[in-house]
Design a protein around this ligand. Structure first.
Ligand code: GLC
Length: 431
């Protein structure tokens, strides 16, 4: 990308973050997503930090204002009411909390963002003070993951709702989700398809099952033990587990500065356990990591972009094979990285997590492949993102075949990823 192009794109990206700023937190996009989302915020905080470090820290502090007493970090924090989104705080039955939140979580990118911001800070004293105050919250959040979602210390955490994976309608969840009944006690009032074409969103049937799970968990009082015992949807998501392992490694770096000897030992033990366990999700036959269905007690043989995320977790044993796989995908589609293998029968290039390119994935995978020494692959992912934004705009996701922009417009994490992209000739494909 030419420098002038990059400068113009960066200016537009900063403008999008400012427009989506609701006073300390950033909505993913106006109307479609009018609250603060968990993993969006981690990316957005880094984007802000590229030009306003104090605002970047604020983003994280606002998300953590929604953290529960037991360490749980919700997937949505409802800072202010809005009519534009379903299911709102009443459906979660958590409207009385201050601030109201959802009752499920999302992939934990937060510790990674905090380390990233701390290490790149120009205002070093302020960054150290803010990171030190955030650090105990991150420790509590990682302890929650293990206590609530891996009580037997297998090294792999369980996900109980497709929304928790951040990849809502991924074909990887089709079979597991089919076991969830369609009946809901909450009447479904979809607001998303008033903002975006239905063909780019999950189907009605998936939505019913999503809400069935919310109804069930609300009825269980959001008790982690009961949810884990009773959920009809129970998967080990390779994406969440890889992101958590990466977050643990970043938390360890923070603990060396802010934590106790005991905390460091605790985090190191989790890293050892998780690192060994994630290897069990590698499929030699598939040439990629798979998620697992805990109810069917089997790996889920669907090749998704999440199946490459162990490189983001600094697991490089299969990095070369994964890079080769990605290059094979690049023969079939014009733009990387499609959310599932383009030769899969479930591939739909415009439908949400069933094919499109998502900026968060390009950022994580470029970072991981770059660190693994797969520089050419990392550069390909970074360049694809820049080119897609240049050609189509700051969309939520993109068609990997023709590059069309899809879903919400002027999207915050797309803007953040654009700001994090290296300039041409900078050499280092790691963000
Ligand atoms: C959708 C995406 C999810 C994201 C959210 C807000 O639900 O699937 O990953 O966090 O929108 O952007």
């Amino acid at each position: 990308m030419m420098d002038e192009d990059k400068a113009g794109q960066d200016e537009r990206a900063r403008e999008i973050l400012r427009v989506n700023d609701r006073g300390g937190y950033t909505v993913p996009t106006a109307r479609l997503y009018p609250f603060q989302w968990n993993w969006d915020s981690a990316l957005v905080a880094m984007g802000w930090a590229m030009f306003d470090e104090a605002r970047g820290w604020r983003e994280i502090e606002m998300l953590l204002a929604g953290q529960w007493e037991d360490g749980f970090v919700p997937h949505i924090v409802f800072h202010a009411p809005s009519e534009d989104y379903f299911p709102g705080p009443e459906v979660w039955g958590l409207a009385e909390r201050a601030p109201p939140t959802s009752g499920i979580t999302q992939p934990p990118v937060l510790a990674t963002a905090v380390r990233w911001m701390l290490e790149r800070a120009r205002a070093r004293a302020e960054a150290a003070a803010r990171a030190a105050a955030i650090y105990p919250r991150l420790v509590a959040s990682h302890r929650w993951w293990v206590r609530a979602r891996d009580p037997h210390a297998s090294g792999l955490v369980t996900t109980l709702h497709p929304w928790e994976t951040g990849m809502d309608n991924s074909p990887a969840w089709d079979e597991a989700l089919a076991r969830v009944p369609r009946e809901t006690t909450t009447p479904i009032v979809r607001r998303d398809i008033a903002h975006v074409a239905a063909a780019m969103r999950p189907r009605a049937e998936e939505y019913e099952r999503f809400i069935h799970l919310v109804d069930l968990f609300r009825g269980l009082g959001w008790s982690p033990e009961k949810m884990l015992a009773e959920s009809p949807f129970k998967v080990v998501d390779i994406g969440t587990n890889a992101i958590l392992l990466r977050a643990e490694r970043d938390l360890l770096v923070l603990a060396r500065r802010f934590g106790s000897v005991a905390e460091r030992a605790e985090i190191e033990a989790r890293i050892a356990r998780q690192g060994a366990a994630i290897g069990r999700l590698w499929s030699g036959a598939g040439g990629i990591y798979f998620s697992a269905d805990l109810i069917a007690n089997a790996l889920i043989p669907v090749s998704t972009s999440a199946g490459m995320l162990p490189v983001f977790a600094s697991e490089y044993g299969h990095a070369a094979a994964l890079a080769a796989r990605l290059r094979a995908w690049a023969e079939a589609v014009r733009w990387l990285v499609p959310s599932i293998a383009p030769d899969s029968p479930s591939f739909e290039p415009q439908r949400y997590w069933r094919g499109p390119v998502w900026p968060c994935m390009n950022w994580m995978l470029a970072d991981g492949f770059g660190a693994a020494g797969e520089t050419a692959t990392a550069r390909l992912l970074a360049e694809a993102m820049g080119a897609l934004i240049r050609a189509s705009g700051f969309y939520e996701y993109f068609d990997p075949c023709d590059g069309a922009g899809l879903g919400g417009t002027d999207f915050s994490w797309t803007a953040a990823v654009a700001l994090l992209l290296p300039r041409e000739g900078e050499g280092d494909p790691r963000f």
